[in-house]
Design a protein around this ligand. Structure first.
Ligand SMILES: NC(=O)c1ccc[n+]([C@@H]2O[C@H](COP(=O)([O-])OP(=O)(O)OC[C@H]3O[C@@H](n4cnc5c(N)ncnc54)[C@H](OP(=O)(O)O)[C@@H]3O)[C@@H](O)[C@H]2O)c1
Length: 504
């Protein structure tokens, strides 16, 4: 989107708070190794992990080597020279986020590394730590002068992971805390969905082609469905999920971000604030719902025991660290109306769930049917609507469904499909979203990161639903079997409007 991948990054010291954690292992260090391999990390650039438990640089390098071997695209065992070069960029700093002394020492360690490696002092701080650790980290960074003032000749930036708060109030407090130490242009709130090639392609598809944008409005589009389905359950993260639920974990960020990209107006320029201005307008145009409307237009679900891919799986309440009477949502469906000139009267249906039959994220745009039944005399009273499917993951691509005549004397129609698959056309495996997002943050391009107002408006809508749900506890949970497409009530939500969920 904004930054080309061939832009060379500026020299930087990257600090990963949470250097020993899962995110650093599975995503961050593999992505940085990939950037190193492709020549995107400037000479001298260093990566400093921060954690309590890692004893030495050597221990961290070994742990990261195994992590990249397991999760990276390029394996250290097959590229030993390259790995050794990269490993020499890695350092660990042992410290506790609650201890100011750890930050003074971190500052000293960074200055040492920067002097040795000829680095100018640009710093990118990545908060890969539990939400409860964010407050002490920001406070201590501010108090120990680890953040360069925004007018200084070197820069400091911070990347903040999800969850960004757990409701509107906590998201606002977190924004206040961040802005007590950083300026907005130094804050990079990450939603890794925005770094996915297919997500970026939504705008390329809409704005880089002449064919579809003229149709992209209420005159031609009947409705839009956004699906974020997972086949997995809570994967040992029962405690986290009990506090979170699918609405917070997926809908508040990923699904609403996809909605913004589908529904936004063309920005005046391809630059961070122009793009984000348009996204936030979409969020502001979502019609606020009353309690009755929320109860009517949302569905919450929780999976019971069942089978996924032929394998028996337990229900949510049987997962470790889950209350046996839990009312937590593992499925959510939501009908939204965007009240602006482009979209008035076109419903957007979002659904997200765990333990659904397959992992798939897609946006399905259903067009209106022709105004007359032209082939009535041949018995074709209604034609299937055309639909355009933007597949975000896993089988990335775009499909267009339309009606075609069956060969033969009779006038019979069949829905057929034109299908574009990224993997078939472009071959090479797409870069991981974290590679793109880390490079953009190093280069100071925040187009693919969320601005403060975006986060807060999204939370306003989601908090209204959460409050209504809390005040009106569900009586029917668990209400869908693992391995099915969700509760009956979600089917009814669509059926009421004369529509169906797609079966991806
Ligand atoms: N994992 C993912 O795929 C993923 C995806 C999206 C977002 N996130 C978010 O990213 C954040 C980190 O997730 P994670 O899965 O990597 O968590 P994790 O595996 O539990 O790792 C937590 C990290 O924080 C460090 N830490 C915790 N308390 C500390 C303290 N008092 N002082 C210093 N370091 C401390 C831990 O290091 P020590 O124990 O060694 O001190 C560890 O490195 C969370 O906010 C999560 O929601 C994660």
């Amino acid at each position: 989107m904004a930054t080309a991948r061939n832009v060379a990054a500026t020299p930087v010291t990257i600090v990963i708070f949470g250097g020993s954690g899962d995110l650093a292992h599975r995503k961050l260090v593999p992505a940085l190794f990939e950037l190193h391999r492709e020549g995107y990390l400037a000479a001298g650039s260093a990566v400093v992990g921060f954690s309590r438990s890692v004893a030495s640089d050597e221990a961290w390098r070994l742990a990261m080597k195994s992590a990249v071997e397991e999760f990276g695209r390029c394996k250290p065992s097959q590229n030993t020279g390259l790995w050794d070069e990269f490993a020499s960029r890695l350092f660990i700093h042992r410290g506790d986020v609650a201890a100011p002394k750890s930050f003074t020492e971190l500052g000293e360690r960074m200055r040492e590394i920067e002097t040795q490696r000829g680095l100018p002092g640009n710093r990118l701080y990545y908060l890969a730590i539990p939400p409860s650790s964010i407050e002490p980290v920001i406070r201590n960074m501010g108090e120990t002068a680890l953040v360069a003032p925004s007018e200084s000749s070197v820069w400091s930036r911070v990347i903040v992971e999800k969850p960004f708060g757990h409701d509107l109030g906590s998201a606002r407090s977190l924004n206040e805390l961040l802005s007590s130490v950083f300026r907005e242009r130094q804050i990079f709130r990450i939603d890794h969905y925005l770094g996915k090639e297919t997500t970026q392609n939504i705008l390329v598809f809409r704005l880089g082609n002449g064919l579809f944008e003229p149709l992209w409005n209420r005159r031609y589009i009947d409705h839009v469905q956004i699906t974020v389905a997972e086949a997995i359950g809570v994967e040992g993260r029962g405690k986290f999920f009990e506090e979170t639920g699918i609405l917070r974990d997926i809908v508040q960020n990923h699904a609403l971000q996809l909605l913004c990209l589908v529904a936004m107006e063309p920005p005046v320029a391809f630059e961070p604030n122009a793009v984000r201005d348009e996204k936030v307008k979409v969020l502001r145009s979502i019609r606020p719902q009353t309690t009755e409307e929320i109860l009517r237009d949302t569905v919450r679900g929780q999976y019971g025991p069942g089978a996924v891919g032929g394998v028996a799986v337990p229900g949510y309440r049987q997962e470790p660290n889950v209350d046996e009477a839990s009312l937590r949502d593992t499925y959510a469906a939501w009908k939204l109306q965007i009240e602006n000139w482009r979209w008035a009267g076109v419903p957007f249906y979002i659904r997200a769930g765990k333990r659904l039959p397959k992992r798939v994220t897609e946006i399905a745009i259903t067009f209106k049917t022709p105004p007359i039944a032209f082939f009535r005399k041949f018995g074709v009273m209604r034609q299937e609507p055309n639909s355009l499917i933007l597949r975000i993951q896993p089988d990335e691509g775009i499909a267009l469904r339309f009606g075609a005549k069956q060969p033969g004397a009779a006038m019979k129609f069949d829905p057929v499909k034109m299908d574009f698959r990224y993997s078939e056309y472009f071959g090479a495996h797409a870069p991981d979203a974290y590679e793109r997002l880390l490079l953009d943050a190093i280069n100071g391009d925040s187009t693919l990161f969320m601005r403060r107002d975006e986060i807060e408006v999204a939370w306003e809508h989601v908090t209204a639903v959460l409050d209504t749900w809390r005040e009106n506890p569900p009586l029917d949970m668990p209400n869908y079997e693992a391995g099915t497409w969700g509760p009956e009530a979600a089917v009814a939500l669509m059926a009421r409007d004369g529509r169906n969920w797609r079966r991806p």
